[in-house]
Design a protein around this ligand. Structure first.
Ligand code: SAJ
Length: 439
């Protein structure tokens, strides 16, 4: 991105002025763990912010100053709402009075591992109806490189307005890490790239009003690719850690000790840890947006496919470990009571999306085991049509399996009470007992 300022057209001059004076009316589409914190940051910066979400319960809660996002306390949200800086609606027609709109809607994968762009298309279709000169539109949803310029741009230009002159279009990856005590929307560096240099410039100006560190890049494709590199990097390295675990298991080596010792290297190494599989709505999903797009360009993303395969095998590997551990106690899986500790996709959160615990429980149930679980963050869940309720961590079971190592568990007590334990997270590190089987 050149440093020379681009000569602004009249529409841009007006928008530039409105953003600098914080008179711009900001819109955020999608009020989830990305959109609501972003809305709050711009409201805190003095902008008038309108959140748009199709969920009436979300808009009602926000307009009551009642936050449903852990990282946004009511004490932060309520004064902004009652001070008239932040409101929420399901009515897209408000876009006609807005100057900027950030799109923060989900980008899931279909079962066929193809990108599901329906949320982006629906939001852009609504925005296009009310798009007017002097607007800045920024897509934040994680997606394949090319989405902004190939899919979003044509939808917005349909009404005759010209990007870079009449309106401005950027991509900026969301980097929100829910529950992270150190990094939040205001202090996580914000990458932004525009369809034209004037767009990039407008995007950088916009975020600079409310966020601490803005990183402007030269195009929307670069910005889209940045996010995919970040999360593909994680997914592949987790896959490597899992493959090393499979090797160590076969060779009778303690993989946790290996990684801990390797992590003493002060440079050139970054520890990742094996586990029961890959959960969440980012890491298992985002890389397949990249591999889907590269396939269209005739390039096989073999690292991604291989890591996806290895990570996908981990639930099966864990179930085999459980079966062997029971077998060594002359117990079949069939008819045994297996108690799962932790069903969220990672520690100390309540999100079960894509959680490997669900795969493990299903596989065991299909082998005839009786399944119970304990998770202080997940009071109940649906498994194969059956409703399960979280039990006491020390339920008397034939085998207790640590799948998600929440801090709230009393691991000493678990190690004392359980008859047989399979530990997939090294949560019982430092506790030796022949009733503990480690990954
Ligand atoms: N996992 C492992 N081994 C590891 C790390 C993670 O098995 O060494 C598993 C976790 O148990 C989980 C899955 O991988 O099931 C994903 O874990 P994650 O730590 O990557 O957490 P996420 O999915 O919440 O990822 C988010 C991402 N943030 C954004 O996309 C904005 C990711 O880029 C962050 O790096 C990550 O949070 C983080 O660091 O917490």
């Amino acid at each position: 991105m050149g440093s020379a300022r681009v000569q602004l057209q009249p529409a841009a001059k007006t928008l530039d002025e409105k953003i600098r004076t914080r008179q711009a009316k900001v819109g955020i589409v999608g009020l989830g763990y990305v959109g609501l914190p972003l809305a709050v940051e711009f409201a805190k910066a003095g902008f008038s912010v309108t959140g748009i979400d199709l969920s009436d319960s979300k808009t009602e809660q926000i307009n009551a100053g009642d936050s449903y996002i852990g990282d946004i306390p009511n004490a932060t949200l309520s004064p902004l709402v009652h001070g008239g800086k932040l409101k929420a609606t399901a009515d897209f027609s408000v876009v006609r009075d807005l100057d900027t709109v950030n799109i923060c809607v989900p980008t899931p994968l279909r079962k066929t591992k193809d990108p599901d762009m329906s949320y982006i298309v629906s939001a852009c279709g609504e925005i296009a109806k009310y798009l007017h000169p002097g607007m800045l539109i920024i897509l934040e949803s994680t997606t394949y490189p090319g989405t902004t310029d190939e899919l979003v741009l044509p939808m917005l230009e349909q009404g005759g307005l010209k990007v870079g002159q009449d309106f401005f279009l950027c991509f900026s990856p969301e980097r929100v890490d829910p529950g992270n005590p150190k990094y939040n929307t205001s202090n996580i560096p914000k990458v932004v790239g525009g369809t034209t240099p004037a767009c990039s410039q407008m995007g950088r100006l916009f975020y600079s009003q409310a966020l601490q560190n803005v990183v402007a890049v030269s195009s929307t494709q670069v910005a889209e690719m940045v996010k995919l590199l970040e999360n593909t990097f994680r997914m592949i390295n987790i896959g490597l850690a899992n493959e090393i675990a499979l090797m160590c298991d076969r060779m009778g080596i303690n993989v946790w000790e290996v990684i801990e010792a390797a992590a003493t290297k002060p440079f050139g190494f970054m520890p990742f840890y094996p586990g029961p599989g890959l959960g969440g709505h980012c890491i298992p999903i985002d890389p397949f947006y990249l591999s889907w797009k590269t396939k269209q360009a005739g390039i096989e993303a073999r690292f991604i496919e291989l890591a996806g395969y290895i990570n996908g095998q981990m639930p099966h590997f864990v179930v085999d470990k459980i079966q062997n551990a029971l077998n060594n106690h002359t117990k079949p899986v069939k008819g045994s009571h297996i108690h799962i500790l932790g069903v969220a996709y990672k520690k100390d959160i309540d999100d079960v999306r894509e959680s490997p615990a669900l795969d493990i429980m299903l596989l065991l149930k299909r082998r005839g085991a009786r399944i119970t679980y304990s998770d202080p963050h997940v009071p109940s869940l649906e498994l194969d049509g059956e409703r399960l309720v979280s039990q006491d961590a020390n339920a008397d079971a034939d085998c207790t399996v640590i799948v998600t190592n929440h801090s709230a568990f009393d691991y000493r007590k678990i190690a004392e009470h359980a008859r047989l334990i399979v530990d997939t997270r090294n949560a019982l590190k430092g506790i030796t007992s022949d009733k503990i089987v480690r990954l």
